[in-house]
Design a protein. Structure first.
Length: 357
């Protein structure tokens, strides 16, 4: 059998680790989940109008609170918090998928232009076709994300050295700048599109109604299922295409499944909250640090769930911080995340460059 020629330990690294490791990893999931509980409580309590936690609990449980408190909790902050959970999970998971599929630690939906492609397609839908509903332009977001993913991957592979992490990142940055310029040209020529775009483009959880979640939840749910189902195959793919084939994996199908998941997750998140960058870059690295305790920093059966849990932690933390910096003015969550992710990207890019020398 072909698998008999594998090096010792290859099967373990390919996703066939003992169940005890996954059991230990499951305990680790309790850490970000506990953090999410705290952040959700803060998200419901903190804002232009601070609401004590006991009143938050009363409002959620149907207790007696004033109509003003009830309306703020259920009409504004509950939808905002749920959106942060959904978008954070989608961006964190899509970043982990992209890093696994490309074997590139710099991969991220924002850095590789996927978010910019989705944003550009949304602006085209608004300006050229007059589409105003989320359910209408979310399909454009999916198409833009998919087309740009393929284009960046092709551009990153051009040249004598083939595909490298730094070349892929540079191709993504170049495509992002180009699409951002085109997007700016469109919105500046169309005042109506500019009014709708300028706040959305900064990346914010605010101003979204409760009807948003039911519209996007099916897309995110399918993306999450596709992503988690690909975890064992991604473990094999991390060892190289030849080893993955020897283990019985259909490499092309694995990449197609991963691309579909990234498109669904990124397209839905960008359509909802705008092109937030760096969540998909930072979260997988943080997930690997957490997973190291269980010895599963290379096991995507653990890394993907951790990324899906840690993503909302970062996004909600940025959203809560943005409300507290200069109250009552709110700083968009996307700006806070950019301040965090920018220096981390520089550090990771330097490490990747040194590794190639």
């Amino acid at each position: 059998m072909r698998s008999a020629a594998l090096k010792p330990g290859a099967r373990e690294r390919a996703g066939l680790q003992p169940a005890a490791r996954l059991g230990r990893g499951a305990i680790l999931l309790g850490v970000p989940i506990a953090g999410l509980v705290v952040l959700c409580a803060l998200s419901l309590s903190v804002g232009a109008r601070a609401i004590p936690l006991d009143q938050v609990v009363q409002a959620l449980s149907g207790g007696e609170v004033t109509k003003a408190v009830h309306d703020v909790i259920w009409s504004v902050r509950v939808p905002r918090t749920l959106l942060g959970l959904m978008a954070g999970a989608a961006l964190g998971l899509s970043g982990a998928l992209m890093q696994a599929l490309t074997r590139n630690p710099l991969a991220d939906p924002g850095i590789l232009g996927v978010s910019a492609g989705a944003a550009f397609a949304v602006v085209v839908a608004i300006a050229a076709f007059g589409i105003g509903s989320l359910y209408g332009y979310v399909w454009f977001a999916f198409a833009g994300a998919l087309v740009v993913s393929v284009a960046v991957y092709v551009l990153g592979g051009l040249g004598r050295d083939g595909l490298t992490p730094v070349k892929l990142a540079l191709a993504g940055v170049a495509v992002t700048v180009m699409l951002s310029s085109l997007t700016s040209a469109i919105v500046l020529a169309d005042p109506e599109s500019l009014n709708r775009y300028r706040f959305w483009s900064a990346g914010s959880l605010a101003g979204q109604g409760s009807q948003l979640m039911p519209q996007l939840a099916p897309f995110v749910a399918v993306g999450i299922v596709l992503a988690l189902a690909s975890a064992p195959a991604l473990n094999s793919l991390a060892l190289g295409d030849d080893v993955a084939v020897a283990l019985g994996r259909r490499v092309g199908l694995v990449r197609l499944q991963g691309a579909a998941a990234v498109t669904l997750l990124t397209g839905a998140a960008v359509a909802a909250i705008g092109p937030v960058v760096f969540v998909g870059l930072v979260i997988p690295h943080l997930a690997r640090l957490v997973a190291r305790w269980a010895g599963g920093e290379t096991d995507h059966r653990l890394l993907l769930p951790l990324s899906a849990a840690l993503g909302p932690c970062l996004l909600l933390a940025a959203d809560v911080a943005g409300r507290m910096i200069v109250p009552p003015i709110e700083v968009q969550a996307g700006i806070i995340v950019a301040f965090i992710g920018g220096p981390i990207f520089v550090i990771l890019a330097r490490r990747a460059r040194l590794a190639e020398l």
